[in-house]
Design a protein around this ligand. Structure first.
Ligand SMILES: Nc1ncnc2c1ncn2[C@@H]1O[C@H](COP(=O)(O)OP(=O)(O)OP(=O)(O)O)[C@@H](O)[C@H]1O
Ligand SMILES: [Mg+2]
Length: 239
């Protein structure tokens, strides 16, 4: 079953950045969107989350239209969590305060309930020892995990991740990826993971979409790609 249905999305800035993108994102699955720098990956994610308005096309989330010529649902009402490349952590808040802020915004004000929730989430991402740490006191991987903890606190089942593990060493990247897959299964998350690095996503994605110059070149299961790359670009890009 699909959770997000994107139909005929186009976006122009000075030129056409996305051309007639149609895509179905399946529920409880990891969809990897791959493409070289400048292919429109971040723009597509920003459109799905409502931070950017497309020039054409529609988006349905759980069968509800959130974007069309007539309809625009604000990002905070789409019930989507996103982690962008720069993470956007708040320098003046420690880990606990990051989650506290989100829970407050969700309307959870009972401090006992909040404390329980914060402990649970920080444990999930293995950050419980760092509850009082500020972003500047955390390593790259710990910061990424805090950013993920913050979206988990939001309690949305859809997670959009824009190069979430960039700038990490390969060992840590592998470890965090494993944790992410564990979380995805445990919490039944729908994840869209974008990156320009095939090795980052091929082993964990249920479906891969390749973008080039704002168009979908190929989509399918990772295995199908290796067996049948559609053209030379895909073959080279994946090798
Ligand atoms: N607000 C904007 N105004 C003008 N051009 C933009 C804007 N946002 C993106 N672009 C252009 O759209 C194109 C696609 O950008 P986008 O950030 O979506 O690429 P990307 O695939 O995420 O690249 P990367 O892998 O480097 O992050 C780029 O050529 C970029 O310069
Ligand atoms: Mg990008």
């Amino acid at each position: 079953m699909e959770e997000i249905k994107i139909s005929n999305i186009s976006k122009y800035f000075e030129k056409e950045i996305l051309s007639d993108i149609s895509l179905e994102i399946e529920k409880n699955k990891i969809t990897g969107i791959l493409g070289p720098s400048g292919s429109g990956k971040t723009t597509l994610l920003r459109i799905i989350s409502g931070l950017e308005i497309p020039d054409k096309g529609t988006i349905f989330i759980n069968n509800k239209c959130v974007c069309s010529e007539k309809i625009f649902v604000e990002p905070e009402k789409r019930n989507i969590g996103f982690v962008f490349q720069d993470l956007g952590l708040w320098p003046h808040m420690n880990a606990e305060e990051h989650l506290d802020f989100v829970l407050d915004a969700k309307g959870i004000t009972n401090s006992e309930q909040k404390e329980k929730e914060i402990t649970k989430i920080l444990k999930l991402v293995n950050l419980d020892k760092y509850i009082k740490s500020y972003p500047r006191q955390l390593s790259g991987g710990e910061k990424q995990r805090l950013a993920i903890a913050r979206v988990l606190a939001q309690d949305s089942k859809i997670l959009l991740l824009d190069e979430p593990f960039s700038n990490l060493d390969p060992v840590l990247k592998k470890e965090l990826k494993k944790e992410l897959v564990g979380l995805q299964k445990k919490m039944k998350l729908t994840i869209v993971y974008i990156t320009h690095n095939p090795s980052e996503i091929f082993d964990i994605a249920d479906k891969i979409v390749i973008l080039k110059e704002g168009r979908i070149l190929q989509e399918g299961k990772p295995k199908e790609f290796l067996k049948k790359p559609k053209n030379d670009f895909v073959r080279k890009f994946l090798s």
